[in-house]
Design a protein around this ligand. Structure first.
Ligand code: NI
Length: 172
């Protein structure tokens, strides 16, 4: 089931999310809803707090080519366990901050450990867009948005635009 995506500013997007205990059908349903919501948006990543669920769960799929097989990844309690010295810069966006994009510098490669939907521990290295996306989504679980990497003035400008957007949507 598709869920509504929270738009910044929202206090639920600023919370530290507690870890998942045991994998349950409820959490697997949550992951399915998150994937459906992400693909529908469309986006390449989504974190549980973006649909108002304060728990450490993210989904991503950075396959961009048309006709390519989708590669959905579901991660519970994801953790960056190693980062490269090399950095890379991507123009990032966020489904909670529609139509706003900005360059953010992050480690170019990361190793991530997580629990998969079956409750098994997984570990994998990511690079390119996948590395940026997984770091962006994990940030959400700590109440951090990509605009938090920008200069205060730019961040305030974007926040004001989002406040205006939310007022317009509330009136519609
Ligand atoms: Ni985001």
């Amino acid at each position: 089931m598709k869920r509504p995506i929270l738009i910044h500013p929202d206090p639920r997007l600023k919370k530290l999310c507690p870890p998942v205990d045991d994998l349950s059908d409820a959490l697997r349903d949550l992951a399915d809803d998150m994937l459906e919501t992400m693909y529908d948006a469309p986006g390449i990543g989504l974190a549980a707090p973006q649909i108002g669920v304060l728990t450490r769960a993210i989904v991503l799929d950075c396959v961009k080519e048309e006709r390519a097989e989708p590669r959905p990844l579901v991660m519970f309690n994801p953790q960056v366990v190693a980062v490269s010295d090399e950095m890379s810069t991507y123009e990032e966006g966020c489904l909670s901050i529609p139509d706003q994009y900005a360059d953010v510098e992050r480690p170019a490669q990361v190793k991530v450990a997580w629990i998969d939907r079956n409750g098994s521990a997984q570990e994998q290295e990511f690079d390119g867009l996948w590395a940026t996306c997984v770091q962006h989504e994990i940030d959400h679980l700590d109440g951090k948005l990509f605009i938090d990497y920008l200069k205060p003035l730019r961040r305030q400008m974007i926040t004001r635009k989002m406040q205006k957007l939310k007022r317009e949507r509330a009136r519609a």
